[in-house]
Design a protein around this ligand. Structure first.
Ligand code: 5GP
Length: 196
């Protein structure tokens, strides 16, 4: 299953409201060599946070650069996730990782997740990571301390909206405890990747 260089790698889409622990879980799963995962770095036009690096967390583009790529049909999917903040999956990124024989993992919003699944039917597993409650989500967002009050409100509103999509995903994982969620996801991914 794993280290075949036949361009038949699989795709695993992780979507979740921010603050659900999704990004931490993705990082943990990527450390597992048995899963042979590579992260699809998205493009975005939102400002870079201090700790972020171009090419590692995102490809940071200006809104104009982003719009040019939309016109060139460079994206598998893209969304204006927040006003003037575009996010998108580059076709070149996914193709590069698949041609390296990797399984590709995505950390993207719910609509993007659905679109990846439509674009690569039959070999995509969609996973929705849910915080135990909206209250818990709010607590996590505040403790992260990276966003202003306005942005936290925006993210919470988006989280409520995104939770409506959960039933459309193949798998829903409730992240009460990171270790437990990691174990559950490892089992699910190993099973999915072992099938033809
Ligand atoms: P953040 O600004 O916190 O990095 O991400 C905000 C939201 O954008 C998250 O829900 C994240 O999953 C989503 N996102 C990141 N990359 C992409 C992408 O390539 N496409 C889509 N549709 N959403 C993305």
């Amino acid at each position: 299953m794993q280290h075949k260089k036949n361009n038949r790698g699989k795709l695993i889409v992780f979507s979740a409201p921010s603050g659900s622990g999704k990004t931490t879980l993705v990082h943990r799963l990527m450390k597992n060599p048995r899963l042979n995962l590579a992260f699809s770095v998205s493009a975005t036009s939102r400002p870079k946070r201090d700790y972020e690096e171009h090419g590692r967390h995102y490809y940071f583009l200006t809104p104009d650069e982003f719009k040019k790529k939309i016109a060139e049909n460079a994206f598998v999917e893209w969304e204006e996730v927040y006003p003037d903040h575009f996010y998108g999956t580059l076709r070149s990124e996914v193709e590069r990782l698949l041609s390296e024989g990797k399984n590709v993992i995505f950390d993207i919003d719910v609509k993007g997740g659905m679109n990846i699944k439509k674009y690569f039917p039959g070999r995509t597993l969609s996973v929705f990571v849910q915080a135990p409650s909206v209250e818990e989500l709010e607590k996590r967002l505040r403790s992260r301390n990276t966003e202003s009050e306005d942005k936290i409100r925006l993210r919470l509103a988006k989280a409520r909206e995104e939770m409506q999509y959960a039933p459309q995903f193949d798998i829903i994982v409730i992240n009460r405890d990171l270790d437990e969620a990691e174990r559950e996801l490892t089992r699910i991914l190993e099973d999915f990747l072992s099938k033809e």
